[in-house]
Ligand binder design. Structure first.
Ligand code: LMR
Length: 399
């Protein structure tokens, strides 16, 4: 029955993780997959999360099914973190928020909602974007196109081309956007550009779908959500997928949220109902544990304050690593190459402009793992690894 099935070639990002773990070289450095490591090269367990976990264990208790849309207190915490507790859309009850299976689950549930309820079949994603955006939307029955975003010539954003392209799209095209810390380029739109886009979305009747996987890794938890709040202020109806994988270091817990901003509370209620239908048809109800941890942290003033401090530490470490790699590369290469992009880009990733062949040589000769597109995960760097990584990059740039 199944022997003719095509072999799966693997996911370009997840396959790197496997190759890295099989690599026996002691000086190997993982700068491929988007994981935040601490200065010792370990995946951290945040103190705020550990304390929430301990309280959960102390209190014990049974594990009933969650509602289809997820835990009510978690959903409220998500909404307040993403939009701000005092945002009029929150206070008016105009946002339908469900607990999702990570950020990916939120993207898929949102895609399903838009296709089944509004008949959407076209989505455009930034060029470049996270690879899995293609798979997720194609899997939900969409045609996925790209819009101009990153200009390799200037290592900046091709905003004019982006705006011109978006203005040609038919009404109800879904436009996937990254809230902040764009994956893979690390280059974000500024407030004026977001404002301009908000006007364009309203005028052209486009449906923004914002992916926020790195809240707090750019400038701060509120600052990184400013783009989303700006769209809500503009009175748009749109979707937001958010993830706690990175900013809570809870990758395997699959804690995320999908929020749909609606015209009024009645529409939000209808949307939530249809989201329940989507959930019931696929996995029935969401897992409880990760959401319980995130919810407990966000709802306790002490743990929330501690988490915000830990988030600041993570953000600062990534900035330090950017500066350290920049200095180490300038020391090796002088003015022969411009490494200014390392300082201009934000969040977890840097887009190095290294070719697939240079990335292959980094991996094969120096045990330094990047994604083939030249994306380098800044948070995989440690002070101890900087010299090795800078030597390796300088070597592949020379030959
Ligand atoms: C990444 O882009 O590396 C992460 O979001 C991990 C993933 O699932 O691809």
């Amino acid at each position: 029955l199944f022997s003719h099935l095509p072999r799966y070639g693997g996911d370009p990002i997840l396959a790197l993780m496997d190759a890295f773990s099989r690599d026996p070289r002691p000086d190997k450095v993982s700068l491929g997959i988007g994981l935040y490591f601490d200065e010792q090269g370990r995946l951290p367990v945040l103190s705020s999360v550990r304390q929430a976990q301990e309280a959960l264990l102390r209190n014990g208790g049974p594990a009933p099914y969650l509602p289809m849309e997820g835990s009510a207190s978690y959903r409220q915490a998500v909404q307040e973190l993403v939009f701000g507790a005092q945002h009029p859309a929150v206070l008016d009850g105009r946002i339908a928020t469900m607990q999702s299976v990570g950020g990916s689950g939120a993207l898929r549930a949102g895609a399903d909602l838009l296709r089944t309820q509004l008949g959407c079949t076209q989505v455009v994603v930034p060029d470049p974007t996270w690879d899995n955006h293609f798979a997720l939307f194609e899997g939900a029955g969409y045609q996925v196109g790209g819009y101009p975003y990153y200009d390799t010539a200037t290592a900046g954003i091709a905003f004019d081309a982006m705006r011109r392209f978006l203005a040609t799209l038919p009404a109800r095209t879904v436009v996937l956007l990254h809230a902040s810390c764009h994956n893979p380029t690390g280059m974000d739109l500024d407030a004026a550009q977001w404002r301009e886009l908000a006007g364009l979305f309203a005028e052209r009747n486009l449906i923004p779908f914002v992916d926020m996987a790195y809240q707090g890794f750019g400038d701060g938890a509120d600052e990184d959500a400013a783009s989303i709040r700006l769209l809500a202020d503009a009175g748009l109806e749109f979707l937001v997928a958010n993830s706690f994988s990175k900013n809570f270091s809870l990758y395997g817990e699959r804690a995320g949220g999908l929020s749909v901003v609606c015209r009024d509370a009645a529409a939000a209620e209808a949307v939530l109902g249809q989201l329940k239908v989507t959930v019931r048809r696929s996995y029935s109800t969401p897992p409880a544990h990760g959401a319980a941890l995130v919810g407990a942290v966000l709802q306790s003033p002490e743990l929330r304050a501690l988490w915000l401090q830990e988030l600041t530490t993570m953000r600062q470490r990534m900035r330090d690593m950017r500066q350290a790699l920049h200095a180490a590369l300038v020391a090796r290469c002088g003015q022969a190459h411009d490494f200014g992009y390392l300082l201009a880009q934000r969040g977890m990733f840097s887009y190095t402009g290294l070719s697939p062949d240079q990335v292959r040589r980094l991996r094969e000769r120096h045990a330094v793992y990047l994604v083939d597109t030249g994306r380098l995960c800044i948070s995989g760097l440690t002070s101890a690894a900087i010299d090795h990584v800078a030597d390796a990059i300088a070597a592949v740039l020379e030959t």
